[in-house]
Design a protein around this ligand. Sequence first.
Ligand code: F3S
Length: 277
Amino acid sequence: MIIELAESYGFCFGVKRAIKIAEENSNSATYGPLIHNANEIARLKNDFNVALSENIDTFKAGQTAVIRTHGIPKQELSLLNERQVNVVDATCPYVTKPQQICEEMSAQGYDIIIFGDEAHPEIKGVKSYAVGNVFVVNSANEVADLHTREKVAVVAQTTRKIEEYQEIVAHLMGTHKEVRVFNTICNATFDNQDAVRKLAQKADVMIVIGGKNSSNTKQLQTISLNYCPDSYHIESRDDLEPEWFSGKKLCGISAGASTPDWIINEVIDKIKQLSSL
Ligand code: F3S
């Protein structure tokens, strides 16, 4: 069986940057998970003594708090600064951008519409920067129920699909006098998505590696399934099942934006073992 990696997979620029920042700040703690990958978080703890704290009150003056790629709400950032915690910001610049847009556009009198998942940390953070009215929608259907003013500015969660965003924008154009649209969807997501689409079309079995909570990995899996019914979303080599590879000629591999190369390499080694049984 041939194993082929997607042309683009795995860590994106923002995650690589955040890990480098965490590694440079050993003996610190991240506030919330730095990235959506439990194995990588464990590696940072073991090799660099970078702990994880979900509780803001555990950070005391003089200690270092590394802010995760998805960012945190503005009020929490202010609280850490007030308490004289040494804040090291590893928020992805592609997440900082919609935060700034929300702040600036709402200050200019626009109602803000965010296309994304209200429960996602990135969206909680982005939303907190709006100084006026702010609405979060998860699909075009929800737009009709919004009671906004005539001027709206709209941003999207970095990992959302452009087609759905376009649908939302089209809806808003039909109902509002002024719509300011910012394309805040991240290109790293597109690159990995395009590559998985291409590979899944010719593969007999697809393995998509990434955290079960990682929304960009889930999207890769959804795209992969559209073209290759034997597509499996796994977190590590331990999730592989030998029968997935029986009689298969081409195994395609992709990985979400938070999946490190060492996990991908372990998976590839295990697939080689299983397919030679
Ligand atoms: Fe940033 Fe895009 Fe990665 S938003 S964290 S570069 S997927």
